[in-house]
Design a protein around this ligand. Structure first.
Ligand code: MN
Length: 746
């Protein structure tokens, strides 16, 4: 011990005064605690960390006037009590170096390795958490963030130790800070300690905090307890002795101790359930710690034999552990004095877990071997907590599912609000999450006090401050490539949409054209009236300008528009091909049809066609075909009496086929007309003259008298179409003496 002392004196070159004595005493205490749980521990690194921290903090003092180093020392002692490893102890000693001295991350890494440096860095970031009491949602975020930030559970444990020591020495700070720290502890750190199963620390935190939060309410309790103190002590002794004696009679090795329940739990029962101290049922608690689980249940039997159990108070947390791994048997009994008290029965292992929770499972590693990767350590914690099933723990289980926030990052506003962003977010994302105006007027970003580029990737716990100016140019298009949050994306697009139509149109047109080149589509093709009108309809823009503008501000991607252009071009191409094919096919049909008198028969190629004599149709007449037996298809007018009659005959219904006039230019068709005339000389010449004028060829002419004195003239003429036939008939009708003209009916 002497050599250690001398070494510091030489190194620190400070007077050997009382303060220094005190510091060295405290350090030696720490060594004792470490050696107690880990007899073979190598002290050299821990000592080096102590010296390093002492030098770094130098003459800094705490509010209570002690050297600053006493605080890291005390935090390290708590870590040693918990039984954490060497790295944790070094980190605890160094935990305020980065925050409060000139020491950097690199310095620590150089002297103590990357692990220690990272833990210290993690604690530093947690310390920057600018906590103010918030709505539950914010609290939840904040707790999540702490866990997510920690990355290594040791960071949280050191932060808890740090906080515990600060609470223990809180009396020296201002009342305002006392309340703030106490509240933060109640809302943040005590719940975390609880969920990590660190009951001992949780209780101490709560008891210390409530004293500052409700001094008057606490005083009622402590005064009351003070009055009963002597009496209580003797009660504890009596019960303790009685139990110990009884158990040793039965050969059970045990440790029994009694205590008053911690103040905050009494406080909650009194003020929460509106009771006075004497009404609080389980004010007294005894703990019986034994070697194995069988003994636990044996002890329970003896206790129930000695004291009358209160019904419904027995709880078996050995069979069903609490979510935070707590295991014990609980029972409340009534003592001979009529005082009820709770007995908790557990093994030493369970006791360790009950006091230190997760940390109890954090085995100190003597050697360097068997190092577990951080990720694995966390996975272990996670599995552990997930395997528990208790609705009470749900909220925190959520918070501990680290991998659930692997895609999230939590950062702070300068006023300490937690902002939750997608992982990989930049200060731009942050700015837009605050308000679109902050983003639009952004001129620079300060992260943790340092100016950073816009593309800087934010990490958990960063404090982000955005500089804005009314003369800011507004977002740049490049930002869209940097940002990660859809919120920022939407807001930036919105801005471009509103602010920069002209520019958007130019940019949009350029992107569109670039994309066209990329797709190997010529601009002329793409912007032809035909194509663009279809594209506009399909993208629901009113004009090319609107479309360009939207591309410009990112409302639609140029690629998407070009895809539509390509679709339209393909469709047009297809139609064109189809038309070509069709017309070629039709031509072929027409050629065939010409050979068979300008009629096509549906479903039949090359069949023999003839025109029915009965109605002699001409092109333009609605026609129908009849499949004759052996003479091909006979074409009738649809108003042909024979057809009308025959259609109704069932046996032949299937033989009518649809036929159509084909384009057969120059072809003429012979049909007959019946003309009724008043018997008049020279009328036949007149009719022949009219037809001659029309250039309609007449091939036969028969006339017969009718009984009424009129005459019927039947002529056969050759016409190209129904139109020609009708005009010929009209002309004949206009010949004086003609009283009627009609188509021949066979
Ligand atoms: Mn500290």
């Amino acid at each position: 011990m002497q050599s250690v002392e001398r070494k510091w004196e030489a190194r620190l070159n400070v007077a050997h005064d009382d303060k220094m004595d005190d510091v060295i005493e405290k350090y030696l205490n720490l060594e004792d605690v470490v050696l107690e749980s880990h007899p073979g521990a190598d002290m050299s690194r821990i000592r080096a960390a102590f010296e390093f921290a002492r030098n770094a903090h130098g003459p800094q003092l705490r509010e209570d006037g002690t050297e600053y180093i006493t605080h890291p020392l005390a935090s390290a002692e708590i870590i040693a009590e918990i039984g954490l490893d060497e790295d944790s102890l070094c980190a605890a000693l160094l935990h305020d170096c980065i925050e409060d001295t000139d020491v950097t991350f690199e310095d620590i890494k150089k002297h103590f390795g990357a692990d220690v440096a990272q833990i210290v860095d993690g604690v530093t970031k947690l310390s920057r958490v600018n906590y103010t009491s918030k709505e539950e949602e914010q609290m939840d975020n904040l707790r999540k963030m702490l866990i997510a930030m920690a990355q290594d559970i040791r960071v949280i444990l050191i932060k808890i130790a740090d906080r515990l020591h600060n609470l223990r020495t809180l009396e020296h700070v201002s009342e305002e800070r006392q309340r703030a720290k106490a509240l933060e502890t109640m809302e943040m750190y005590a719940p975390i300690a609880h969920r990590l199963g660190m009951q001992k620390i949780k209780w101490e935190m709560e008891d210390l905090s409530i004293r500052y939060l409700d001094p008057a309410g606490c005083k009622v309790i402590t005064d009351d307890l003070e009055v009963r103190h002597a009496e209580d002590e003797s009660f504890f002794r009596r019960v303790q002795t009685k139990i110990t004696e009884r158990l040793s009679e039965h050969g059970i090795e045990c440790a029994v101790n009694g205590r008053i329940k911690h103040i905050y739990s009494i406080y909650r029962k009194m003020y929460g359930d509106n009771k006075v101290l004497s009404e609080v049922l389980d004010l007294y608690a005894f703990r019986v710690i034994v070697n194995d689980i069988t003994d636990c249940y044996n002890v329970l039997g003896y206790i129930h034999d000695m004291y009358r159990p209160i019904l419904g108070t027995f709880k078996d947390y050995i069979g069903t552990p609490k979510p935070n791994m707590y295991q014990s048997l609980h029972t409340t009994v009534i003592g001979s004095e009529g005082l009820p008290f709770e007995v908790q029965i557990r093994t030493w292992d369970m006791h360790q877990t009950a006091e230190y929770g997760i940390a109890a499972h954090w085995k100190y590693k003597e050697g360097k071997g068997g190092k577990v990767a951080d990720e694995e350590k966390f996975a272990w914690v996670r599995r552990l907590l997930e395997s528990q099933q208790d609705s009470d723990a749900q909220d925190f289980l959520q918070a501990l599912k680290i991998d659930m926030f692997a895609d999230e990052v939590f950062v702070f506003t300068p006023s300490g609000d937690v902002i939750n962003l997608p992982a990989g977010s930049t200060p731009i994302d942050f700015a837009y999450s605050i308000h679109s105006e902050v983003g639009n007027k952004m001129t620079g970003a300060i992260v943790n006090g340092r100016l950073v580029p816009y593309a800087h990737i934010l990490t958990n716990g960063d404090i982000v401050n955005i500089h804005t100016s009314n003369s800011a140019k507004g977002p740049s298009r490049d930002w869209l490539d940097i940002i990660r949050s859809s919120e920022a994306r939407n807001k930036i697009r919105q801005w471009f949409k509103k602010e920069k139509r002209e520019e958007n149109i130019i940019h949009g047109k350029m992107s569109f054209e670039a994309e066209l080149r990329h797709a190997n589509i010529s601009q002329e093709e793409a912007t032809s009236e035909d194509v663009i009108s279809k594209v506009l309809i399909r993208t629901s823009f009113n004009s090319m300008e609107d479309m360009y503008s939207a591309i410009g501000y990112g409302g639609i991607s140029a690629q998407k528009v070009v895809n539509k252009v390509r679709d339209c071009l393909r469709a047009a191409e297809r139609t064109k091909k189809k038309d070509t094919l069709l017309s070629r096919l039709e031509k072929k049909e027409a050629v065939q049809a010409k050979g068979v008198l300008g009629v096509t028969v549906e479903g039949l190629d090359n069949c023999l066609v003839k025109f029915a004599k009965c109605c002699s149709p001409v092109p333009g007449d609605p026609v129908i075909g009849f499949i004759t037996r052996g003479f091909g298809v006979s074409v009738h007018r649809q108003d042909c009496a024979n057809y009308i009659k025959a259609e109704k005959s069932e046996g032949e219904a299937g033989r009518w086929v649809r036929v159509a006039w084909a384009d057969a230019e120059g072809q003429t068709y012979t049909t007959s007309i019946q003309i009724e005339v008043r018997d008049r000389k020279g009328i036949v010449v007149d009719i022949a003259t009219v037809l001659n004028v029309l250039n309609v060829k007449m091939s036969s002419f028969t006339a017969r008298d009718s009984s009424s004195g009129n005459a019927f003239v039947s002529i056969d003429i050759s016409v190209k179409s129904r139109d020609e036939l009708i005009s010929a008939m009209a002309k004949i009708m206009s010949v004086p003496g003609v009283t009627d003209v009609r188509r021949g009916e066979g």
